[in-house]
Design a binder for this molecule. Sequence first.
Ligand SMILES: Cc1cc2nc3c(=O)[nH]c(=O)nc-3n(C[C@H](O)[C@H](O)[C@H](O)COP(=O)(O)O)c2cc1C
Length: 180
Amino acid sequence: MLSKDTGTKLMRYLILYMSHHGTTQRVAKQLSELLGIENSTVVDLSKSKLPDLNLFHTIIIGGSIHGGRIQSRVRKFCEAHKGKLLNKRIALFLCYMDKAHGHEAFHNAFPKDLIEHAVVHGFFGGEFLFSEMNFLERAIVQKLSGIQTDVSELDTHAIRSFSESILMNDKKHTLEDTAA
Ligand SMILES: Cc1cc2nc3c(=O)[nH]c(=O)nc-3n(C[C@H](O)[C@H](O)[C@H](O)COP(=O)(O)O)c2cc1C
């Protein structure tokens, strides 16, 4: 399929993310493998130049929660590109450790209209990786959670079913486009 704006060939999936200690980064790479490496481009919003959003079918956006908030650059990206994102298929995901407040964190992390527009929402849990934290972060995590060693509570089942929902949605629309 060709982009309406540029006439160039569209790629299927753009995965945009930010990560403090590597967990969301690993999730983004895992999603790319589940969706097909050849069909996906993974971009760290803190490092890489933003590609042309018009060149992708589906845009997947994710970040992690620190002190109750998603990375501000993720939030700013969503606000700045909202118009374009509302005309694309999008999917949103979050890594976090406070299970009781995951949904609340998600609703604070992403703009309401993008949440409503997204074809799927991912709640993936997270990890505490003490070797990646600085002194202050270690002290905060130990004080608030009582945890002192590395823990991984990533929900691999949720990651897999998130990618399956994207693939199914994509297949459904491809069939509709072909039939039209
Ligand atoms: C200093 C610090 C603060 C955190 N604050 C929260 C929080 O407010 N709520 C929460 O659910 N998880 C919190 N977490 C857990 C992170 O969301 C979790 O470690 C996540 O896997 C980090 O992903 P990342 O390495 O991709 O940034 C915090 C972690 C750290 C180190």
